[in-house]
Design a protein around this ligand. Structure first.
Ligand SMILES: Cc1cc2nc3c(=O)[nH]c(=O)nc-3n(C[C@H](O)[C@H](O)[C@H](O)COP(=O)(O)OP(=O)(O)OC[C@H]3O[C@@H](n4cnc5c(N)ncnc54)[C@H](O)[C@@H]3O)c2cc1C
Length: 548
């Protein structure tokens, strides 16, 4: 890491050898992207993060297990092929190989009522978008045929909605589905499968505008847009650690454990006061912290209404982590409909369990979005609910020994992506030249995702650099529309075309293969002990979200 930034030094051309200093406050994905763009455009970024590590909501912690240690992500993260800015960031950080990306969308879905399985799978036929969607929907046996046909029609209709129309954003997705002939079963087994995970809200509480964005960009705009990707390494290694390396190599400064307390405009630039009283000077500032923290740090004259930021609210996500002594799940992930369980991911390799755990042990993370009903429940009742449900859903779980169960709760996982939320999200540019906002909650048109965070960081850096005159970048639109050209190489974040990144669904090089049952034996048929023992239950504190 480079020197810890000058105190009370001018950040302008003289102090930085003509590069211009940008102080970026907040080391989540938005701040990381902003700092990298600044570095790649020739400015000198100083990235401040209140916590001990970069990564923000995308963090991991270590937990001892049977004499070794596991990496636990505070929440399972997934992305889609259409997340071009996020994938560009992965490429810029040199960590694409630590992720998997499906060659074609393929989600196995367990129907809890009948304990049968179906798939939402992109056809191999080279059908152009949006026709590619028809075979996937028609083959989705979680719904009666008539519901599948109605769903296909609704998908095409929703794709034509203008998410920026206040009437669309102000409407609820659930209300729209009802008015367009979608049964309760279709809402639960199809639409909420998509939107609870991406918008972190049930259909009845989700903005129709954001749902339209997800359906259009993720499913309709490109045949391969919705192919799913996920980390195959701990999030800390994938984002935070890689960002420190990349920023340092690019001449930037990273200061973790450093909280900004105030931002003031001066006659020559900016001053950022830190906890403890130290003052940093800069030519530009990007504020990339969560909404409540941003509301408290807005400098005079920004034109941003702090009341709107506070009104964005929060929605929680919890993860229930279970370590079994044997394989229970037979794929990398599974979606469940008709059950409290939503999505299950196999974390055996990425957590390190494959190396330190007993042979054959499997670590499953249950990712539970829109988690209001669970977030305040005691760990014991969550354990009872989810352990019992896993036993009901998976024959192999009935006899397996449960070596460990614990819960991570992210109370402030996302802002509340409710009807009308678009009007509360400010654009990145502010009324003050050289000062811009970033964060997944700013207006990118995207839901609160890693993609939204990275796009916001790129846009904010561009706004700031443009007013500093760095690289002659011109200002992007500030009329409430989405900033242009996000995620392209101008921001220093090269974007790979979909075709240029084949999706490895096998373990990364150097990583052991996931634990498998003996050849010829399906997981459920393996001999198992008769006892199920939960040795430990624990609830971690929120480690990734805001406020700090
Ligand atoms: C459990 C969970 C699961 C999720 N799943 C997905 C998923 O599957 N796919 C997906 O795309 N997205 C997912 N998300 C959302 C995604 O993680 C976030 O949208 C994104 O990481 C937010 O990035 P950010 O930079 O905007 O904000 P943050 O990550 O919140 O970063 C803000 C940073 O600012 C720091 N900070 C605050 N105040 C100060 C201060 N005064 N001085 C210095 N630093 C400060 C904070 O410590 C924090 O590190 C999930 C989130 C959670 C919590």
């Amino acid at each position: 890491m480079s020197a810890r930034g000058d105190t009370r030094t001018r950040g302008g051309a003289t102090a930085t050898g003509g590069r211009g200093r940008v102080v970026v406050i907040g080391g989540g994905l938005a701040g990381i992207a902003a700092a990298l763009v600044a570095a790649d455009e020739g400015a000198e970024p100083v990235l401040l993060e209140a916590r001990p590590r970069l990564g923000g909501q995308t963090t991991s912690f270590q937990r001892s297990f049977q004499g070794g240690s596991l990496w636990i992500d505070t929440g399972q993260h997934v992305f889609m092929r259409c997340c071009t800015a996020y994938r560009g960031l992965l490429a810029r950080l040199g960590v694409t190989h630590l992720t998997a990306l499906q060659p074609r969308l393929d989600v196995e879905v367990l129907i809890a009522g009948s304990l049968t399985r179906t798939r939402l799978r992109r056809t191999r036929l080279p059908l152009p978008a949006p026709l590619h969607l028809a075979p996937a929907l028609l083959g989705y046996r979680a719904l009666p045929l008539v519901d599948r046909l109605r769903a296909a029609l609704a998908a095409f209709r929703i794709g034509r909605l203008d998410q920026r129309d206040p009437n669309v954003d102000g409407d609820s997705f659930g209300g729209w589905l009802e008015r367009h002939g979608q049964s309760a079963a279709a809402t639960e087994a199809l639409w909420e499968l998509l939107t609870i995970a991406t918008i972190n809200a049930p259909a009845s509480e989700a903005s129709l505008g954001l749902a339209a964005k997800v359906v259009r960009t993720g499913l309709l705009d490109g045949a391969d847009a919705g192919d799913l990707g996920w980390p195959e390494a701990p999030l800390q290694e994938l984002h935070g650690d890689a960002a420190v390396r990349a920023l340092t190599a690019a001449g930037g400064t990273v200061r973790t454990g450093t909280k900004a307390r105030a931002i003031v405009r001066t006659s020559t630039g900016w001053e950022v006061t830190l906890d403890g009283g130290e003052v940093l000077t800069a030519d530009g500032v990007v504020l990339a912290v969560p909404p409540p923290a941003a509301a408290g740090l807005l400098p005079e004259g920004s034109g941003v209404d702090p009341a709107k930021l506070r009104a964005l609210g929060v929605s929680p996500i919890i993860n229930v982590h279970m370590i079994y002594d044997r394989p229970v799940l037979d794929g990398p992930m599974l979606a469940v409909v008709g059950s409290p369980v939503q999505w299950i991911f196999d974390r055996t390799v990425s957590s390190g369990l494959a190396k330190v755990g007993p042979p054959g042990a499997q670590y499953l993370a249950l990712s539970q979005s829109a988690a209001e009903e669970w977030v305040d429940q005691p760990a014991n009742s969550l354990r009872a609910l989810f352990v019992d449900e896993m036993r009901r859903l998976f024959p192999a779980a009935r006899d397996a020994e449960l070596l460990e169960v614990f819960v991570t709760r992210e109370r402030t996982a996302t802002f509340r992506q409710a009807p009308g939320s678009l009007g509360l999200r400010p654009v990145q540019a502010t009324g003050l030249p050289g000062f811009a906002l970033a964060g997944t909650w700013t207006d990118t048109g995207w839901p609160a995702t890693m993609e939204g965070a990275v796009r916001s960081g790129i846009a904010a850096a561009r706004e700031t650099l443009a007013t500093m005159g760095v690289s002659g970048i011109t200002l992007s639109t500030t009329d409430g529309g989405p900033p242009g050209k996000l995620g392209e190489s101008l921001g220093g974040l090269p974007i790979q075309s979909a075709a240029s990144q084949p999706a490895p669904s096998q373990p990364s090089a150097g990583q052991p293969a996931p634990a498998q049952p003996p050849a010829g034996q399906p997981a459920a048929a393996r001999p198992v002990s008769a006892q199920t023992v939960t040795t430990q239950t624990e609830t971690s504190k929120s480690t990734g979200g805001f406020p700090v």
